[in-house]
Write a protein that binds this ligand. Structure first.
Ligand code: CP
Ligand code: NVA
Length: 350
């Protein structure tokens, strides 16, 4: 195994130097299903390298003078800021498009918007609803399109999460990864695909009504046969979280879902809240992860509304776990910027 870019004992290494020279120039980044394990790990490696360079004050303005468009049909803190800062670090200018103030969707189709923006920009980020919208954008844009979150997938988050896991656990392959809560939306789907691709042991620990889509589970099980991953769906918290390396959760009601969903979610998912008992069962070396934003106290409008209606002070994760030394959520948030920079750099040309 020569020329391996990964840490010692890395799961998937390249056979020779030739294969290391991975060329992702011109590719879209829409979902991890489109990428091989080697390509995914290449992005993690590149993110790690860019992070080191940034900390050392080494500039990497490899795309000086280029322009990117950021389309956000849903709100964002991390993803928008990560794209804007990363773009600037690469020497590029970012234009933020708020759909309420542009023609997108209402007066101009996605295909037409893609062809217009593709003439002016070197890359386009899209955050919104159905995955088919970002796929359509990619079909017509003629420049790389990056998925900044859809209902189905959140792929840029995956590169940040893998980097964070490797930084804290020193490895990716073989990691026992437990996802609790709403496993049938963008985060549960993306993490299951990621674990399958990289030979990790994925457990969706939740009510059976919130298990991931059966077709996607089948796809992941097939990938798992090649990579040594395992995919488990379990309603039993004690067995599912025992000796886990990573406990991961996300909000129970996602952007774009109706407020009325809260009653049902709380009823179904409260047994799957990440609390001290879960972390104890996982063990002292386990890390807690969350893509953020998180409802762990009453310092948010939604958190207070849920408290007033349902009497719940903390929702998908307790404040104790969120603030504990096992929680790596802010490393994860920082890594969004380094990994989004890696994705843009690789697809625009290294
Ligand atoms: N994790 C994440 O995508 O955060 P934002 O919604 O703030 O972008
Ligand atoms: N599932 C969440 C993820 C936020 C980053 C949502 O879609 O709102």
């Amino acid at each position: 195994m020569t020329g391996c870019l990964h840490k010692a004992g890395s799961p998937i290494c390249y056979k020779d130097e030739e294969e290391i020279r991975m060329n992702l120039k011109g590719r879209h980044f829409l979902k991890l299903m489109d990428y091989t394990p080697e390509e995914i790990l290449h992005l993690v490696d590149l993110a790690e390298k860019l992070k080191k360079e940034k900390k050392q004050g080494i500039l990497h303005r490899h795309h000086e003078g280029k322009n990117i468009a950021l389309i956000f049909e849903k709100t964002s803190t991390r993803t928008r800021c990560a794209f804007e800062v990363a773009a600037r670090d690469l020497g590029m200018q970012a234009t933020y498009l708020d759909p309420s103030a542009s023609q997108i969707g209402k007066k101009e189709s996605i295909a037409d918007t893609a062809r217009v923006l593709g003439r002016m920009f070197d890359g386009i980020e899209y955050r919104g609803y159905g995955q088919e919208i970002v796929e359509e954008l990619a079909k017509y844009a003629g420049v790389p399109v990056w998925n900044g979150l859809t209902n189905e997938f959140h792929p840029t988050q995956m590169i940040a999460d893998l980097l964070t896991i490797r930084e804290h656990l020193g490895r990716i392959k073989g990691v026992r990864f437990v996802y609790m809560g709403d496993a049938r939306y963008n985060m549960g789907n993306s993490l299951m695909v990621t674990c399958a691709k990289l030979g990790m042991h994925f457990v969706a620990c939740t009510s059976k009504n919130y298990f991931p889509d059966a077709k996607l589970v089948e796809y992941c099980e097939n990938v798992a046969k090649e990579t040594g991953a395992t995919i488990t769906l379990s309603e039993d918290v004690e067995t599912a979280t025992k000796d886990a390396d990573v406990i991961y959760t996300d909000v129970w009601v996602s952007m774009g879902e109706p407020d009325e969903a809260w009653a049902e979610r709380i009823k179904e998912l409260l047994p799957y809240q990440v609390n001290a008992k879960v972390m104890e069962n996982a063990g002292a070396n386990a890390i807690f992860m969350h893509c953020l934003p998180a409802y762990h106290d009453l310092n948010t409008t939604v958190g207070r509304e849920v408290y007033e209606k349902f009497g719940l002070e903390e929702i998908e994760v307790t404040n104790e776990v969120f603030e504990s030394s096992q929680s790596v959520v802010f490393d994860e948030a920082e890594n969004r910027m380094h990994s989004i920079k890696a994705i843009m750099l690789a697809t625009l040309g290294e």
